[in-house]
Every structure is written in structure tokens, then in C-alpha cells.
Design a protein. Structure first.
Length: 294
């Protein structure tokens, strides 16, 4: 069975791009589900899939985040990965779909979990905003704040992979240098800038529309927005990208991973230099003899 992908909000589950991509499980908030029911649901997921990779926004309510860690602690399960993401809501939804795609490939659960950090660097997530006066997720200058009070002003904002802000009509947002598709979600703002200017400028292959995630207005500081995210859509490219990274074994929990941190226990990968120092400390006589060998 494929590794189960789970989310904390149903609007983070975008429609699949093919008939093979599975959906994601929903981990409800404490207000919507008692602890006993949450434990029972997670037990079923673990029994059916073996491993669960749960992704949730950094902006999630504290009580909901605490619930996730409580479930993991009570079940004493090292087969549940909790991945906290600081991407905008639509960017998280895109990443969730990509992990859903990878979950049916021949990757181990640890590689699927740690692939989230890798793939997030290839997601260009931003929004068209009517105002940036309440935007606190991306650095905004006092000059931009002042311009937001000018009638008719609109701003293009990029939150990931690198923060960037422009006034529409006075610049262009830096885009990906590789082929992407673009998904957009409309809030209370009418504009064709995303489809008429941004998408052609970024040379995106196609544009698709999705429902605006419920948390997007709070994340961006306004409901007058159009959120967008450019991403790698092809499963073969995602597979090649993840496969190209060297795989390691977590020295703490023993699970396979890519990158520098385990997706399941969050332990950092020991650097080669640190490993050498440990060997040197454990075998000083052997090392000294080696260093003096002709």
C-alpha cells in the first residue's frame, strides 16, 4: 500500500492530475473531533498504509497542532511524520498533491516525507493583492505600505522560494527557469493579471483554477486577492528529481531519507566531518597509525 498523505484542512486537497493519484486523509481539529476518534482514525490509517505523512501549515491554530503531536505521542508511533510548512495555503496544496503523486512510486516512506523540503524549493507561490498594509508574511517596505493607500494600486507578491514584492505596472516577479503549470484561486479581487501577464511571462504550460483555501485571506492579510502557485506537474520529472538525491539512513530512527533532516523524527543528518571526529575519538590509535603511514 502507498504511504498515506494527510492534511489538516480539506481545501488543501487539490483534484488529482491523473487517475492514479490517491487522495489525502483529513486530520480534523479538536473542535470537530474528540481525541478518541482521532486516535482511532490514525490507528486505521497506520494499519492500512504502514506509514502516514501529515502536512500542516505553520499558521494552524495551536490547539490543532497540539492535537497532532498528542496523537503521535499517545500511539507511540514512529511511523507518523508531522511536517510543518511555512508556505502559503495554495502552495501547501500543490506540495500535498506532489507527495500524493510520489506516494504510489517505489520510494520508501522516509524518502516521501523528506522530499517535501526538496520539492518546496521548486514551488513559486504568491498572490496578487489589493493591499499590503496587513501583509506580515513577506517583508514589505514603508514605501510599499504608502503606495497601498493609493486608489487602484495592486501588488504582485512572491512568498516562495524567495520573497519578492512589486507594484503592478512597475516591475515583474522573478519566475521559474523550468517548465511549470500554474494554479490560481480567486478571492474578492477581479483582475486578469495572473492569466494575461504573469503566466505568459513565466512561460507556464497551462493555467488551472482552484477554490481559494479558507486560510488564504488571513495568510495574505486581505480577502481582496488572487493566489497562485507554479509547480512541476509531471510525475516523471518529480520522480527523477527525488531519485537524483543521495539517500541516507537516519542515525536516530533508522528510516531512509534524502536531504539533511529526517522527515519522521526531525533528527538532522550527521555531517561527514562529525562522523570522522567520532571515529577519530573512538579509535585514536588506529587513526594515528594511519596518519603516519608512508
Amino acid at each position: 500500500m502507498p504511504t498515506a498523505i494527510a492534511v489538516t484542512s480539506a481545501d488543501l486537497v487539490l483534484p488529482p492530475m491523473d487517475h492514479q493519484t490517491p487522495t489525502a486523509a483529513l486530520l480534523q481539529s479538536p473542535e470537530d473531533q474528540p481525541l478518541d476518534a482521532a486516535l482511532a482514525d490514525m490507528t486505521v490509517l497506520l494499519e492500512q498504509h504502514g506509514y502516514v505523512v501529515a502536512l500542516y501549515p505553520a499558521s494552524i491554530p495551536v490547539a490543532h497542532e497540539r492535537r497532532l503531536h498528542t496523537v503521535r505521542s499517545v500511539l507511540e508511533s514512529n511511523r507518523l511524520a508531522l511536517l510543518k510548512l511555512d508556505l502559503p495555503p495554495l502552495g501547501i496544496a500543490v506540495l500535498v498533491r506532489q507527495l500524493r503523486q510520489l506516494s504510489i512510486c517505489d520510494f520508501s516512506p522516509g524518502v516521501v516525507a523528506s522530499a517535501a523540503r526538496l520539492l518546496s524549493h521548486y514551488i513559486y507561490a504568491g498572490a496578487l493583492l489589493k493591499s499590503v498594509t496587513r501583509l506580515d508574511r513577506v517583508p514589505v517596505s514603508l514605501k510599499s505600505h504608502a503606495k497601498s493607500w493609493v486608489p487602484g494600486s495592486q501588488f504582485g507578491v512572491l512568498a516562495n522560494p524567495n520573497p519578492e514584492l512589486i507594484k503592478i505596472g512597475a516591475g515583474r516577479l522573478s519566475g521559474p527557469e523550468f517548465a511549470t503549470r500554474l494554479v490560481m484561486a480567486k478571492g474578492q479581487l477581479q483582475s486578469d493579471w495572473v492569466t494575461a501577464e504573469l503566466a505568459p511571462g513565466w512561460q507556464t504550460q497551462s493555467v488551472h483554477e482552484a477554490a481559494l483555501p479558507a486560510d488564504s485571506p488571513r495568510w495574505w492579510g486581505t480577502a481582496r486577492l488572487i493566489e497562485f502557485a507554479a509547480f512541476l506537474p509531471d510525475i516523471s520529472i518529480l520522480y527523477q528529481l527525488v531519485s537524483s538525491v543521495r539517500r541516507e539512513v537516519c542515525t536516530w530512527c533508522g528510516i531512509e531519507l534524502i536531504g539533511d533532516r529526517c522527515g519522521f523524527c526531525s533528527a538532522p543528518l550527521a555531517a561527514p566531518e562529525s562522523h570522522s571526529k567520532e571515529v577519530l575519538a573512538l579509535n585514536p590509535g588506529t587513526t594515528t597509525a594511519t596518519n603516519h603511514a608512508p
